[in-house]
Ligand binder design. Structure first.
Ligand code: SF4
Length: 317
């Protein structure tokens, strides 16, 4: 029996961004230089496959610094950390390497600058996401107000309308952020902010690539973890762009194959923390079941790379 045909539209750019590549490189370099164990506070990036691969090489993932023994080397994740975390590491004389993405660090410097100028910062983002916790933790409690929705933007009250600024999480949906910003700018015309919102180049490019292919597909599959903000946003972007169905897939092994019943064209992309290997495996799994025809659709060529910081050397005991 002949297999049914399936056209795959593959988004480009997709998958790893420069910040994720740098964070992984920092942990790998730390392991190479110092040998295991290397402690990593929080998932270095939101992907189980990346975390498991580093764990196999000797990385130990912890939630908080009190789980890190004295004298150990700890790496902070790409999402950034509140100021209290490096301060506590110094107090305990821990060695640390900071894998915070330089684009997140830029947001941190921005909110500090607003605070120094006496402005309250409205941070557009998702409560509890590590990046939001890290950005809010750059300033004293109360100096940052989190705005998650258009409804909140409509009703929030601020201490001084003339002294306001905004910042955004780097991995938000462009469209949703624009709607929230439009409300804030209407209500508080004097609000200050970055020339463009802080949504990073990688988030922007991955969303544009999905927007280009999703309307031509019956189904969009985004490879990524459920706790990866930018991956979840890509699912939303695909639906908003007019794709009848969109779903997050963690790996080929966890693919819900009935989703592809009756599908002639599927759009595939991957969040910024998903390795390309997962894309290859999903395409191979499709090839085993369908007569596939793969078309890569590139909306922009990316050439961003970030240098890793020097890694501290653990003293021989
Ligand atoms: S998604 Fe953007 S901000 Fe986050 S690590 Fe990647 S490049 Fe940096």
């Amino acid at each position: 029996m002949s297999r049914s045909e399936l056209t795959i539209l593959l988004a480009s750019p997709r998958g790893f961004c420069a910040g994720v590549e740098r964070a992984i490189e920092i942990v790998e370099q730390a392991l190479e230089q110092n040998g295991p164990p290397i402690y990593v506070r929080h998932e270095i990036v939101h992907n189980r496959y990346v975390v498991d691969a580093l764990r196999a090489k000797g990385a130990v993932f912890v939630e908080e610094l009190d789980e890190v023994p004295d004298g150990a080397l700890v790496v902070f994740s790409a999402h950034g950390v509140p100021k209290a975390v490096p301060a506590e590491a110094r107090r305990r004389n821990l060695l640390f390497a900071d894998a915070t993405c330089p684009l997140v660090s830029k947001v941190h410097r921005g909110v500090e600058q607003h605070y120094r100028r006496g402005r309250t910062v409205l941070l557009i983002g998702h409560s509890g996401h590590p990046e939001v916790v890290g950005t809010m933790g750059q300033l004293p409690r109360g100096a940052v107000i989190l705005v998650e929705t258009v409804a909140q933007a409509e009703t929030l009250s601020v201490p001084d309308e003339g002294k306001l600024a905004y910042a955004t999480q780097t991995t938000l949906s462009l469209r949703e952020t624009e709607s929230i910003l439009a409300v804030l700018k209407r209500r508080f015309p004097a609000i200050r902010g970055p020339r463009r919102e802080d949504i990073c180049y990688a988030t922007t490019n991955r969303q544009r690539a999905v927007e280009a292919i999703a309307p031509k597909a019956d189904l969009t599959l985004i490879i990524g973890a459920p706790n990866s903000s930018n991956s979840v946003r890509l699912v939303e972007v695909a639906k908003a762009a007019g794709c009848p169905a969109a779903a997050l897939v963690q790996s080929a092994a966890s693919m819900d194959w009935p989703l592809l019943e009756g599908v002639a064209t599927v759009a595939i992309s991957a969040g910024a923390s998903a390795p390309e290997q997962l894309v290859d495996e999903l395409i191979e799994a499709c090839r085993e079941r369908f007569a596939i025809d793969v078309h890569e659709v590139r909306v922009v060529q990316e050439d961003v790379a970030f240098k890793s910081p020097p890694i501290p050397m653990r003293h021989a005991s």
